[in-house]
Design a protein around this ligand. Structure first.
Ligand code: C2O
Ligand code: CU
Ligand code: CU
Length: 562
């Protein structure tokens, strides 16, 4: 409640000061709380009807005591039972399998002990169906979603999205995959059934009693949660038995803040056939693939020719993760910080798995030799081509500037406000916009005031015993996976404006810049231009950092489409 009041006050202040910030009558939080969508629309004729219940429950994850989690349980009320596929026993919600063009109605019941709301990440749906935090419902309440599946074939996901509680709820299990299929995809005859594998990668931390442990202190909140136990499809130490043939593997990073550098242990390149928003035009090969929180990549993995009985490990390979920007000088990432990278095992608490460290993710065991395998198609799907010529604002890209000031991660210099937008966040309906996303070193130095704030913050870090003291001339420089709700976008350029070439070299070949994206990893010093359509639906659509701790710290804003 305190928070709410603070926000209200700030909101009023903006109004009184006549700043660019504006509110929308009808989007007022208080009014909207009673405008919730609790009843189905009799004029909407659903092809499928699903029920989701979010609840506190206990599941076995590690040997021994079971773990208490927040899980989505689903039931198909209308349509084929295959609309929902139970995932491995654990906390993940069922996989929702949809078809392009389908009309979907979802009854969502919040039986968690706290407010929540569901969001369909990657999907193009109306504002009211998008799970904006202003629609969060109380325990015991119901929300009805109705939308048509407008996305092409691909892999999306759903998760909880209440303000300031997204990170902890997703961490405790509030997430599941969505697959969509369409005509174009069916013609390709990609591997399906048991040869179409989901691979949800998440890091968690457990207490001795097998309970999920979340954040320790402010520093961890600022960098984002990092767990030391890697779970695949909700299970630890995963081995997947496979046959000597091609598979379609849908890899999804469901972690709060960990960024994976996917690579095969024997150096085999990875072949991508899809990204966040669907299939690529042609398959593409990478030495490794960077996968940030919320990003998906679909891999074509061919085990043909591998010897039965052998194993192949998918790893997260080592990369440089400097989290301090310029001015570190002699402090050095490898010196005074406790003998490791920042946030490393030595530096930030023994036994933790650092961002950028090498570790195994999942083992594929070649269990059976079979004769036949499908061939990798040379061309995949046709994608609507968007270029500079299509945009309404060629010379004036909409900015999304990521920064960290006073220990608070910001977008365009501002924090999240439930129903507020700045002028630069107003987008005319049915236009295609160029957006420039930056994560700049310079912007955060911000003069003496900013430094003072940082120093205060650093005191907190000292308190955690990291051995950092004095002489901190640097600012926190973190990668930010920037996500936009609504329609997917295309990346048109990506450059390093001002950053450490040395560290960048350890990640730069792992970015997929083609295809449809809804989340893009922006490394320190990078400037990324994207083109995004804002079609069909008016209203408030979020953009935010998908490092979930950053999102909950307010690194989130609204676009207002009208
Ligand atoms: Cu994954 Cu605002 O969403
Ligand atoms: Cu989303
Ligand atoms: Cu961030």
């Amino acid at each position: 409640m305190k928070n709410y009041d603070r926000k209200r006050r700030k909101f009023l202040r903006c109004l009184l000061a006549g700043t660019a910030a504006a509110a929308f009558p009808g989007f007022g939080i208080a009014q909207d709380r009673r405008m919730l969508n609790a009843k189905p629309d009799p004029n909407f004729k659903p092809d499928v009807e699903i029920e989701f219940v979010a609840q506190l429950t206990e599941v076995p994850i590690l040997p021994g005591a079971s773990t208490s989690v927040f899980r989505y349980d689903g039931k198909v009320l209308k349509g084929p039972q295959t609309v929902l596929l139970k995932s491995a026993p654990g906390y993940l919600g069922p996989i929702m399998n949809l078809v392009h063009g389908q009309k979907v109605r979802i009854f969502y019941y919040n039986k968690l002990p706290e407010p929540s709301i569901m969001h369909w990440h990657g999907m193009h749906v109306p504002q009211k169906m998008d799970g904006h935090p202003m629609y969060a419902i109380e325990p015991g309440e119901r929300y009805v979603y109705e939308f048509e599946v407008k996305n092409p074939a691909g892999t999306n996901w759903y998760h909880a999205h209440p303000h300031e509680m997204t990170a902890s709820q997703v961490y405790r299990g509030q997430a599941g995959l969505i697959t969509i299929t369409d005509e174009q995809e069916r013609k390709l005859d990609l591997p399906d059934g048991e040869y179409d594998l989901p691979l949800v990668i998440q890091d968690r931390r457990f207490t001795a009693g097998n309970q999920l442990q979340y954040i320790f202190g402010m520093h961890e909140r600022m960098t984002g949660f990092l767990g030391d136990t890697i779970l695949v499809n909700g299970r630890p130490d995963t081995t997947i038995p496979v046959k000597t043939r091609a598979y379609r593997i849908r890899v999804f990073n469901g972690s709060n803040s960990r960024i994976y550098k996917l690579g095969w242990e024997d150096g085999t390149p990875l072949t991508a056939i899809g990204t966040d928003g669907g299939l690529l035009e042609d398959p593409q090969t990478f030495p490794y693939i960077m996968l940030a929180p919320a990003e998906r990549v679909e891999l074509w993995v061919d085990f043909t020719g591998r010897k039965p009985g052998t194993d192949l490990m998918l790893r997260s390979l080592e990369y440089d993760f400097p989290q301090m920007g310029m001015g570190m000088g002699g402090m050095g990432m490898h010196g005074g910080m406790g003998g490791g990278r920042m946030g490393g095992r030595g530096g930030m608490g023994a036994g933790r798995l650092a961002q950028g460290e090498d570790f195994p993710i999942v083992r594929f065991h070649i269990a059976e030799k079979i004769g036949e395998s499908p061939e990798l198609p040379k061309r995949l799907v046709k994608i609507r081509n968007l270029t500079e010529k299509d945009v309404a604002n060629p010379g004036r890209p909409v900015p999304i500037a990521a920064s960290m000031e006073h220990m608070s991660p910001l977008l365009n210099g501002a924090s999240f406000e439930m129903d507020e937008v700045m002028d630069i966040e107003r987008i005319p309906l049915n236009t295609i916009q160029k957006i420039r996303i930056t994560n700049e070193h310079g912007s955060m130095m911000g003069g003496g005031d900013g430094m003072g704030g940082m120093r205060g913050g650093m005191g907190g870090m000292r308190g955690e015993g990291h051995g950092m003291r004095g002489g901190m001339g640097g600012m926190m420089m973190l990668p930010h996976p920037i996500h936009m709700h609504g329609q997917q976008f295309r990346i048109i350029s990506r450059k390093l404006k001002d950053g450490n070439m040395g560290s960048y070299a350890t990640v730069r070949e792992g970015f997929i810049n083609s295809g449809w994206k809804d989340t893009v990893l922006v490394m320190p010093g990078e400037e990324i231009d994207v083109i995004k359509p804002f079609e069909d639906y008016t209203g408030l659509f979020l953009y935010h950092c998908h490092n979930l701790e950053h999102e909950d710290l307010g690194m989130m804003r609204n676009f207002y489409v009208s």
